[in-house]
Write a protein that binds this ligand. Structure first.
Ligand code: CO8
Length: 258
């Protein structure tokens, strides 16, 4: 539990939930809050009982961006010395699946935080956008790179240049997010999806995350080589034996992450 986040587990301790908790500021992200999120994600990543991590805000806001009051005091040198984006690199090192569950505003750094997650589920009232240009700046926590990889150059420029919000429905059509659901059921639907993922074989899930994650960076042949090595590795797990045995015996598999 931190000053700016609430932490809990669900589904018999297999799902770790991080809830952003700065409601009066629409969960605007200050440095301490980002640090708390990253540290908690690492704690869940290192906890063998946890299989899936969920990041969520509240009904009104996932996060309305970086804390503008805090940020306006910065200078190029203060940024250089504090290296604030090093914390963001830690999100990239999480091995377990991370689901962003977005209601309300996901703007600027809040949108970037969601883009650092593997899957995004949104409520119909969610709004995504990069308003930085309206402040005379630009995204700095990965927005130009992650959004462009997700929807291509022209659409990314449209969103980041115009600084307008898009609805969850449009975000879904663009392929930025995975699912849109009614606000009343987002919590339940998030847990259903997280629970389903938590029941999959954890080692396979982890190796899939690594291989798919590298698909955007590696030349095809290197990506195929990595995929094959990871495929071979799954055959060293008890879960591979269990999964195939269960198929033969026509029963549900029970995976232990071994
Ligand atoms: N920073 C600080 N305070 C904020 C922020 C923010 N990003 N967003 C909202 N708040 C505060 C408001 O100032 C207000 O405070 P108060 O009650 O004391 O006046 C409170 O939250 C509620 O907000 P509003 O009254 O404005 O609520 P509305 O429903 O009228 O409007 C909006 C909601 C449209 C979301 C509006 O608040 C808004 O435009 N917010 C700013 C959005 C924005 O520009 N975000 C981008 C910031 S820049 C950025 O993210 C750079 C990322 C790169 C660095 C990442 C490092 C962390």
């Amino acid at each position: 539990m931190g000053k700016f986040i609430n932490v809990r587990t669900e589904a018999e301790g297999t799902i770790g939930v991080i809830e952003l908790n700065r409601p009066k500021r629409l969960n605007a992200l200050n440095r301490k809050m980002i640090e708390e999120i990253a540290s908690q994600m690492e704690a869940f990543d290192n906890d063998p009982r946890i299989r899936v991590i969920v990041l969520q805000g509240n009904e009104r806001a996932f996060a309305a961006g970086a804390d503008i009051e805090e940020m306006m005091k910065e200078s190029p040198l203060s940024f250089e010395l504090a290296d604030p984006f090093a914390i963001w690199d830690r999100f990239m090192s999480v091995n377990k699946p991370v689901i962003a569950s977005v209601s309300g505003f996901a703007l600027g750094g809040g949108f970037e935080l969601a883009l650092h997650c593997d899957l995004i589920i949104a409520a119909e009232n969610a709004q995504f956008g990069f308003p930085e240009v309206n402040l005379g700046v630009m995204p700095g926590a990965g927005g130009t790179q992650l959004l462009t990889r997700s929807i291509g150059k022209r659409k990314a420029l449209e969103l980041i240049w115009l600084g307008e919000h898009i609805s969850a429905e449009v975000a879904l059509e663009l392929g930025v997010i995975n699912w849109v659901v009614a606000p009343e059921i987002i919590e339940e639907e998030t847990m259903r999806l997280a629970g389903k993922l938590a029941d999959q074989a954890p080692i396979a899930v982890r190796l899939i995350k690594e291989a798919v994650g590298k698909a955007e960076d590696l030349p095809l042949q290197d990506g195929l080589t990595l995929e094959r090595k990871n495929f071979y590795l799954t055959f060293d797990s008890a879960d591979q034996k269990e999964g195939m045995q269960a198929f033969i015996e026509k029963r549900a598999a029970h995976f232990k992450g071994e």
